[in-house]
Structures are given as C-alpha cells and as structure tokens.
Design a protein around this ligand. Structure first.
Ligand SMILES: [Fe+2]
Length: 108
C-alpha cells in the first residue's frame, strides 16, 4: 500500500511536485525556461480549479488533458475500492449515495 509521507501531508503534493521539478531542472544545464514554466503549469493546474486545490486553472491543451486524466484516475480508483470492499461475493454493491447507483461485478 502506498501511504502519504509527512511532507506530503503537511506541504501537499502540488508544492512538492514544483520543488521536484526545480531540483531536477537545476541539474540540467540551460533547461529551457518556457518548458520549465509549462511543466510547472501542468502540476499547478492538474486539479482543474481553485476550489479543488489548483492554484491555477489549466490554460494549455496539455494541462486540460492532464486534469481530465487525473480526474478519471481518481474516480475509477474510488469506484474500484468501493467495489472491492462493499458486499464482497455478491454481484451488486450496495447503493453508492454520492454516485447514486449500484455497481455490478462480473460473476467470474
Ligand atoms: Fe493531485
């Protein structure tokens, strides 16, 4: 199981991601400034909007795509966990109140 580090919990993965990019870029001579900015924008905007923790909204095509990919990953992860832990051995889960549906599992 992957768990959160103390730094992850106290500082957040967006700030830590920016720091990681800065550290990696510092080790690359003459890293292009625009690429650095665009790369950081991906990390800063991947939650999609400010109310979900993004300091910036996605403003490039790549950033919009990354946001939706991250959102799909998050939703599927939550559904998978629910399906694995709810009514094991039964074909249907209990009703998921937030997503407003039952989920069906293959029988095999
Ligand atoms: Fe995130």
């Amino acid at each position: 199981m992957i768990d959160y580090s103390d730094a992850g919990r106290l500082l957040g993965h967006i700030l830590m991601g920016i720091r990681m990019i800065d550290e990696k870029m510092a080790a690359i001579k003459d890293f292009p400034a625009e690429k650095a900015m665009l790369l950081k924008h991906l990390v800063l905007s991947h939650h999609g909007n400010r109310e979900y923790g993004s300091p910036e909204v996605p403003k490039t095509m790549e950033a919009v795509l990354l946001h939706y990919i991250d959102e799909i990953d998050s939703k599927i992860h939550g559904i998978r966990e629910y399906m694995e832990s709810n009514n094991p051995g039964e074909p249907w889960t209990a009703y998921h109140r937030v997503l407003e549906r039952h989920f069906f599992r293959k029988k095999d």
